[in-house]
Design a protein around this ligand. Structure first.
Ligand SMILES: Nc1ncnc2c1ncn2[C@@H]1O[C@H](COP(=O)(O)OP(=O)(O)O)[C@@H](O)[C@H]1O
Ligand SMILES: CC(C)(COP(=O)(O)O)[C@@H](O)C(=O)NCCC(=O)O
Length: 328
């Protein structure tokens, strides 16, 4: 039996009732919360920040992202105040600054990278000019060599394909205020972790941590050992949501589009799919979606949606139509 059939049904948070832990807004209602937040990005900059096939434009920044930026600003301010008060309470003088960590979760191909890059730029442009860094979790995937050895190549993106201990070490060092904490890098072109390549994160004010499984809850070890979850390190979390049929279409469209671009490069892992005919390529994309990414969405990603502080729900055209904000 397909394992997904045994999973509990995920409640649909967009039917919102009095008992829901979320408040629900249409994109238009949400846009009003922007108040006097200034627009600090240009159309050209947004074009450069968005991923292939993502139509996000300045209207979407005005409608959705400025209110989100304002909300995040109040969360960051409150957490800085709490940090100061806690320092006074404990009579501490020399404590390292703790970065505010924002987790961004959602399916493969839902547009997490665009949201993460747009938010990084908007937050950097706050009047306080905070240092904002962005890390994607794909760098923490095991290298293909290990995945092949463990027979996990068709489980890429599933919890067992990540070096979770490394993720936890990274986040714990970041939260401890360590300087130059390194994170490994991933290439979508070679479809592998880049050996010996790292990005160094040096005491940012805000870290955006983006990846499909960042809200995952793991099984507790039977030996009673205490293990943190990745999301224990988050101060705020966002889940990017859309209908399964829409994400499926975006994944397949992007794959077909990549055939004309990235796959043309000889070093692309998918180079062989640039040469085959369209029908055969379509069948490959459908198969990758069905057997890996959809399975992962149903089994591991969608069940984490209710754990987010904010859910951004997209319509078929990739634009955000509804926003759900966790009640305090
Ligand atoms: N095979 C690929 N070759 C090149 N780029 C890719 C490939 N697959 C995905 N990407 C790019 O990698 C980024 C991350 O994609 P993904 O993990 O699906 O998350 P999301 O679409 O939610 O940002 C996107 O910018 C996407 O365009
Ligand atoms: C690398 C990914 C698992 C995404 O990882 P993330 O950045 O969210 O950690 C995904 O893009 C992927 O490669 N999925 C495997 C199936 C496929 O090739 O689409």
């Amino acid at each position: 039996m397909d394992q997904t059939e045994t999973q509990p049904r995920v409640p649909d948070h967009f039917t919102g009732d009095d008992f829901s832990p979320f408040r629900f807004f249409t994109a238009e209602q949400w846009a009003a919360f922007r108040a006097d937040t200034p627009l600090t990005l240009t159309e050209d900059e947004v074009r450069r920040l968005r991923s292939l096939n993502d139509p996000v434009d300045l209207d979407e920044i005005r409608r959705i992202y400025l209110s989100l930026s304002r909300l995040l600003s109040s969360h960051v301010e409150s957490s800085q105040l709490l940090f100061k008060q806690r320092k006074q309470f404990l009579s501490l003088s020399n404590v390292a600054k703790t970065p505010f960590i924002i987790g961004i979760a959602g399916s493969v191909a839902v547009g997490k990278s665009t949201t993460a890059r747009v938010l990084t730029e908007l937050l950097k442009r706050w009047p306080s000019s905070p240092k904002v860094d962005l890390i994607t979790t794909d760098g923490f995937l095991y290298p293909n060599e290990v995945l092949r050895r463990e027979n996990l190549m068709d489980r890429k993106g599933f919890p067992e394909s990540y070096d979770v201990a490394s993720v936890l070490r990274f986040l714990s060092d970041i939260k401890a205020g360590q300087p130059n904490v390194r994170a490994p890098c991933y290439s979508h072109l070679t479809y592998d972790v880049l050996p010996g390549e790292y990005i160094y994160i040096d005491r940012p004010d805000i870290l955006i941590f983006e990846g499909i499984n960042v809200l995952q809850v793991r099984d507790l070890p039977e030996d009673g050992k205490i293990v943190p979850f990745v999301s224990d390190f988050f101060d705020f979390s966002i889940y990017i949501d859309a209908d399964e049929a829409d994400i499926h279409k975006w994944y397949v469209d992007r794959f077909m589009n990549l055939r004309q671009t990235a796959f043309q490069k000889p070093e692309s892992f998918f180079h062989r799919y640039a040469a085959i005919n369209e029908t055969a390529a379509l069948a490959i994309a459908e198969n990758l979606w069905e057997t890996i990414n959809l399975k992962n969405l149903k089994q591991n990603i969608l069940p984490t949606r209710p754990r987010a502080d904010l859910i951004l729900r997209k319509g078929p055209n990739h634009l955000i139509e509804q926003v759900a904000l966790r009640k305090l």
